[in-house]
Design a protein around this ligand. Structure first.
Ligand code: ATP
Ligand code: MG
Length: 196
């Protein structure tokens, strides 16, 4: 059994995330792809939406894809989310599963700075996808990551959650940048709107 984990803040989840998960599934015949919102990401701003809201948006986004699911393990654990802790927990729960961690080019370049990366690289492989503005320089990765980052081809999608949050704050459209159900969730809850 091969399972891909697509981790992120997902604040909000957008079609770049979904396409990355689908590209990885297709390229490496993954049985499932689990989309996993982090609680507090190690290197980032505080999330705009709550963990519960980000989990709910993620559920809305993956609804209808038989191979996609949502993983709430990091939001439930709380605190700062380190992938190494999560993978250890998942491998204990599912010893027969091969886990792959799916990341965009910006994260591929940042991998050497991840907490416990050398141990993580012994436990799993990463699947990297292209992202505009970031070069995928696999040969510049340290030796313990060589052959540990596989690539999956996807259409380059110039969308970020930051851009979507800014659009909402400015009253501009986000339709089709996020799935319809996520768009409706954001609108209904007034997420990312600027408080008067
Ligand atoms: P933010 O602007 O808040 O950082 P983001 O769009 O970068 O949001 P994240 O939740 O930070 O989304 O990213 C989760 C994962 O998805 C990361 O591995 C990131 O590289 C990847 N990713 C995000 N957007 C894209 C995209 N447009 N194309 C490919 N990968 C992406
Ligand atoms: Mg990001």
């Amino acid at each position: 059994m091969k399972i891909g984990i697509m981790g992120g803040t997902f604040d909000p989840i957008h079609i770049g995330h979904l396409l990355a998960g689908e590209a990885a599934r297709d390229a490496y015949a993954l049985d499932h792809v689990w989309f996993m919102p982090s609680h507090i990401p190690p290197h980032k701003h505080q999330a705009g939406a709550s963990g519960t809201e980000r989990l709910e948006m993620t559920s809305e986004a993956v609804a209808g894809h038989p191979a996609f699911g949502v993983l709430d393990i990091e939001v439930l654990r709380g605190g700062v989310s380190y992938t190494i802790d999560t993978i250890k927990e998942l491998q204990e729960l599912h010893p027969a599963v091969d886990f792959y961690f799916i990341i965009g080019a910006d994260m591929v370049n940042y991998l050497p700075h991840w907490q416990g990366i050398e141990e993580l690289a012994q436990r799993i492989c990463f699947i990297g996808v292209r992202r505009p503005g970031f070069q995928l320089a696999l040969n510049e990765l340290p030796h313990y990551l060589q052959n540990k980052v596989l690539l999956a081809d996807m259409p380059v999608v110039d969308i970020s959650s930051t851009d979507i949050r800014e659009r909402v704050a400015e009253g501009r459209t986000t339709r089709y940048l996020v799935p319809d159900r996520v768009h409706d969730y954001i609108t209904r809850g007034g997420l990312y709107e600027v408080q008067p």
